[in-house]
Ligand binder design. Sequence first.
Ligand SMILES: Nc1ncnc2c1ncn2[C@@H]1O[C@H](COP(=O)(O)OP(=O)(O)OP(=O)(O)O)[C@@H](O)[C@H]1O
Ligand SMILES: [Mg+2]
Length: 442
Amino acid sequence: MGEAPVRVRNLNHYYGRGALRKQILFDIDTDIDRGEIVIVTGPSGSGKTTLLTLVGALRSAQEGSLQVLGRELNGATGSVLEEVRRHIGFIFQQHNLIASLSATENVELGLKVTRRYRRSALRRTARDMLAAVGLEERMDYRAEALSGGQRQRVAIARALAAEPMMVLADEPTASLDSTSGREVVDRMQALAREQGTTILMVTHDNRVLDIADRIIHLEDGRLAGFTDSVLANTQHMMSLVAMTHQKQDLRKVVDGLDETGFRNLLKQLDDEAQRVIQATALANDAVFHSLLEQGLQAATRKLTQLFDAERASLFLVEPERGTLLLRVSDNVEGEIRIPIGTGIAGAVAATGEPVRVDDAYADARFNPEVDKLLGFRTRSILCLPIRDRHRQVFAVAQLLNRRSGEPFAAEDETRLAGFLDSLGVVLESLQASAASVGEEMA
Ligand SMILES: Nc1ncnc2c1ncn2[C@@H]1O[C@H](COP(=O)(O)OP(=O)(O)OP(=O)(O)O)[C@@H](O)[C@H]1O
Ligand SMILES: [Mg+2]
């Protein structure tokens, strides 16, 4: 079949009659190619499910043209709609399983309608597919005895087992945990790649957007342009990321953690940045900078606590500018940059050697300018390099003034070095994420 499996032209759709007639879809125009994975996003009530049911020949097209698998559906007879449906796998919000039949029997029913399987092959294929969605333990349970997520997986197995020409899925991962959700979409993607299955899927799940060849966005029944889609999805994703972190006051969380807990928190921030990167190319660099900032803030704050210091600073090396960018444990507004080579931190960045100073103002390398800028009086300093995976110095950590009044000791230096080893890996990765997205956006 040479032509696109889905060809939509000026499609309008209405619900209700007479005075209650209300237009739901406006002038929809799009083609979906063979093997293409298209994700539909959009606010609740924007018409996503309506569009899916029209494409799935589950209701008649009223106005415009809708060609699916080579058949015109506007004005089509019931038997044409039925014939088209036979080549489509449906994964819908309401699973349409038969409650009194077992999981296996439900999947077999899905296979039977294709009329492509002999009796003996039916059971085997059904069971293989149920195993693939992680239900080998539940194959003989009746649908009514399964949980919502398990029923969802039976529905998915039923839709995919028949290797349909097209899969229409409405929020297929909604009731699945992230691991099984991922397995399901990976399976759908494999189908699309290996068998040229066309996939049209509605989802709000940002973790699976990456499988899409194309994302289309519905807004009040109209297809939004590409830019609007990007904006809508980026904003949605950013608000998700922001929400996760605003729920808890980061300061309080950090204060309550021991050293291991704190390392886990940083790891979590890092994982999140990686996930967002992998999930979509639509990421906004503000997300990454905010994650990096949070990582830096959390790290400086924890350093003051662990080492009983009055202040901790992190300096990020900016080799292309020849400067160090300062981040301080207290929320200091604005950005402070100092040239590499000046001050104690500059010396550490330049030489890669740790520096321990008992009396700052007596040390010729000390630069009192930053003290002046921040209204601080430095007495003792412990300053160490943070190295990346290639052992290059990419940041410098600096502790100022032990609260006890004593200068920093050799044990502090050893302990800080150990701590920075693990901190460095995470910070490097966060920083790289922020930088790489920044470049893509530029
Ligand atoms: N059978 C129906 N009869 C009348 N109105 C309907 C019918 N089905 C849906 N609607 C209306 O059409 C609009 C679009 O509904 P649709 O189910 O397509 O939205 P959606 O984008 O899938 O939303 P959600 O994300 O909440 O599932 C809504 O305003 C809804 O109330
Ligand atoms: Mg819907």
